[in-house]
Design a protein around this ligand. Structure first.
Ligand code: FAD
Length: 418
């Protein structure tokens, strides 16, 4: 490859964050090598909520058009108590979300988002995607990085301006600077499955919840989120329990989930058994104190930097924001990487910390018991319409505009100092 090192970016990992980074850097004129260790680019899991702070960026990158045919824009988020299934509160989405936050709130199959990003990336001649290729080592130095790529035991070396670690919660790029492993169990397990809408269970679920909404059932032992997928032909179900709710997570044994959901009524009474098999997904998070950048040569984005519990449904959205911001800031200062990377961390840390804090708040509210649950229900009823306003800072955020504003501010300070 003849691209000079100064225009070359290596991305480790073709998940949502890595694919977005590849598109964002190529859009800024860089040549991108995207390495994915798996033999094919494919997404495990089922549904994903894609909030307006993410869809706004997907639109700016030209990926939203690839996603829209496969996505659904739900009309509302409904919060219901799981026991009586009574509505506690709702947040209007659909056209109202688009008016309020200037971008749609979507739900889609993860594979559809991945395919949309891949379709957009493959259209770009400056992006080379290599599967079955693991980023196995890197030497970071003043003018960039030399990255080792392991393809079935054959090691190639690639020089680049920046190595972007988008290799997920168990990132190995994170450890390249000699750091300790920073991922740890969160204490929660997510149980995922999908149900065909035209099945007997799908029909029963249609009576327990609206078909055009994201519904969250709240309970002290678990919460369950349900929403339509793939033109409404399927219902996506994700339940979250404590990891210690009856043993370790085992795909063949959903007994911990059945135990957490015992004593419910209607379609939820036997849902844990009826909707099996569930895929248990022990949730890990990343120590928020780790650095996301060396001074030179490497930067972490997405779950590699800050995997969080899914209570705010923002993990992938944060990875998309990271990718766009990093590309914008590096493109403005390719010759001063320490400054670009410091600006990246300075802009992203408070934002990610606030989203994670929102997740922790939801976690306490969703699994509240006794008087706490009564208080929660009261607050939700009283806040009513204002629940949407409480989310303006989250969904109304424009990461690209924030990056541009940070650059202008810096340029202004430099001009004043001259
Ligand atoms: C139950 C659950 C529900 C969720 N719901 C939502 C939601 O509704 N909305 C939302 O925004 N977020 C949600 N999230 C969070 C979201 O799924 C993650 O934040 C997001 O998928 C992380 O993307 P990523 O690209 O950073 O990492 P990953 O998806 O983990 O991708 C990392 C990629 O890197 C590859 N890789 C690893 N190591 C190497 C290496 N050394 N070299 C090359 N390739 C490598 C891996 O094979 C993988 O393809 C949820 C999470 C869970 C657990």
């Amino acid at each position: 490859m003849n691209t000079p090192r100064s225009r070359q970016i290596v991305v480790a990992g073709a998940g949502i964050a890595g694919l977005t980074a590849a598109i964002a850097f190529a859009r800024k004129g860089f040549s991108v090598q995207l390495y994915e260790q798996a033999p094919q680019i494919q997404e495990a899991g089922a549904g994903l909520q894609i909030p307006p702070n993410a869809t706004r960026l997907l639109a700016a990158l030209g990926a939203l058009e690839h996603l829209l045919p496969a996505a659904i824009a739900p009309e509302r988020i409904e919060l219901r108590g799981a026991k009586r299934q009574k509505l506690l509160s709702s947040i209007e989405l659909g056209a109202r979300a688009e008016t309020r936050w200037k971008a749609p709130y979507l739900v889609a199959h993860r594979a559809d988002l991945q395919s949309a990003l891949l379709a957009r990336a493959q259209r770009d001649p400056d992006i080379r995607i290599v599967t079955g290729a693991r980023v196995s080592d890197a030497a970071l130095h003043a003018r960039g990085a030399t990255v080792s790529i392991d393809r079935k035991g054959r090691i190639d070396e690639v020089s680049c301006l920046l190595l972007v670690g988008a290799d997920g919660v168990h990132s190995s790029v994170r450890g390249l600077g000699g750091g300790t492993p920073a991922d740890r169990p969160s204490g929660y397990v997510a149980w995922r499955t999908t149900v065909r809408r035209d099945s007997r269970l799908g029909q029963a679920l249609a009576e327990a919840m609206p078909q055009d909404a994201v519904t969250a059932f709240l309970h002290r032992r678990f919460h369950l989120v349900a929403y339509p997928l793939r033109g409404g032909s399927a219902v996506n179900l994700v339940a979250v329990t404590r990891a210690d709710a009856g043993g370790k997570a085992d795909a063949a044994d959903h007994a911990p989930l059945s135990a957490a959901m015992r004593g419910l009524r209607g379609a939820l009474a036997t849902l844990a058994d009826d909707a099996a098999p569930w895929t248990p997904w022990p949730i890990s998070e990343v120590d928020p104190r780790i650095s996301w950048t060396g001074e030179v040569g490497a930067a972490l984005i997405g779950d590699a930097a800050h995997a969080m519990t899914p209570f705010a449904a923002q993990g992938a959205a944060m990875g998309i924001e990271d990718a766009v911001v990093l590309a914008e800031l590096v493109a403005a200062r390719p010759d001063d990487m320490p400054a670009a990377l410091a600006a990246y961390e300075a802009l992203r840390r408070p934002r990610v910390a606030r989203a994670a804090a929102r997740g922790r708040l939801n976690q306490r509210a969703y699994h509240a018991a006794g008087p706490m649950a009564l208080g929660r229900n009261l607050v939700m009823r009283l806040r009513g319409e204002r629940l949407a306003a409480d989310l303006d800072w989250l969904y109304g955020y424009d990461a690209l505009a924030e990056a541009k504003a940070a650059l202008e501010k810096k340029a202004g300070r430099e001009a004043a100092g001259r």
